[in-house]
Design a protein around this ligand. Structure first.
Ligand code: ATP
Ligand code: MG
Length: 251
């Protein structure tokens, strides 16, 4: 495993060549970035927590027929995944007004939306991930209309399932960002869920207190970032699988 080939190093994860063709190893770093990497820090234990939380969520989604890249967790920081051809879109699904929606359109954070909103952003750090419409997506061949339909249908199902799953443990799923990719089967490309689903990519609020349990704690300097991610893991019932160094000191 020492001399394996690094395929890509991003802000939060590293991708290495996997043991079989068509597989990769996804390594979760402790690095935290926000505002397109203008703000940076190392949050000890974040990678371990996100690896485990993303494994849990992807496994649950797979169990209800939402195809995704997760194959198995290899160790505390790494998981084996199917290699996909990433569709260069960040798909954001919102249930409650927060973040850029509040800012851009002058809406009050915390307002429940009458129906969920799905937005597309073009994945391009140099451009600051600008919002795009389906027409831009097809005009520039980022995805076909069929693929957009599949992405929308999967996103609605993911939102319904995860909203219920988090509600059951007293957490409101305010919004989340997901990524999709293509896997090729003969000449046919199928779209599956990729990347990660974790408190880095979701807004999660305690339903009773409204307390934020996600990356906004880092973005907004609210403190207790790792403690909040650990609280999410604890409520999902997976904190017992964490090493004692992560559990130690956390309530
Ligand atoms: N199954 C997969 N196959 C191939 N690439 C993947 C897969 N899952 C996720 N990726 C890509 O791997 C990278 C993960 O790294 P990370 O999330 O740290 O990137 P990032 O700094 O957020 O940058 P990016 O803007 O590329 O997402 C992302 O570019 C993501 O799109
Ligand atoms: Mg990323």
């Amino acid at each position: 495993m020492k001399n394996r080939k690094k395929i890509y190093e991003g802000k939060a994860k590293i991708l290495y060549e996997g043991p079989e063709p068509g597989t990769l190893i996804q390594y979760f770093k402790d690095d935290a970035t926000a505002f397109n990497a203008q703000k940076k820090a190392i949050l000890e234990g974040k990678g371990v927590l996100n690896n485990k939380i993303s494994e849990f969520i992807m496994t649950r989604l797979g169990g209800m027929g939402i195809a995704n890249h997760f194959i198995k967790r290899l160790n505390l920081r790494e998981q084996l995944i199917r290699e996909v051809e990433i569709i260069p879109l960040e798909v954001v699904c919102r249930n409650v007004v927060a973040g850029s929606l509040a800012q851009r359109l002058g809406q009050e954070e915390g307002t429940a939306l009458p129906r969920s909103i799905i937005e597309f952003y073009y994945k391009k750090d140099e451009l600051g991930d600008p919002m795009v419409t389906e027409e831009h997506i097809t005009a520039f061949n980022w995805a076909s209309t069929q693929e957009i339909d599949d992405i929308l249908a999967m996103t609605v199902r993911i939102n319904d399932y995860l909203s219920g799953m988090f509600a059951a443990v007293g957490i409101t799923l305010v919004d989340f960002k997901i990524e999709f990719g293509r896997v090729w089967e003969n000449d046919f490309a199928r779209v599956i869920l990729a990347d990660e689903i974790s408190p880095d990519s979701c807004r999660l609020w305690d339903t009773t207190s409204g307390e934020k349990l996600d990356k906004d704690r880092f973005r907004r300097d609210l403190g207790d970032v790792i403690e909040s991610y650990a609280e999410v893991a604890r409520r999902l019932g997976i904190m017992k699988d964490m090493p004692t160094v992560i559990q130690g000191g956390l309530h």
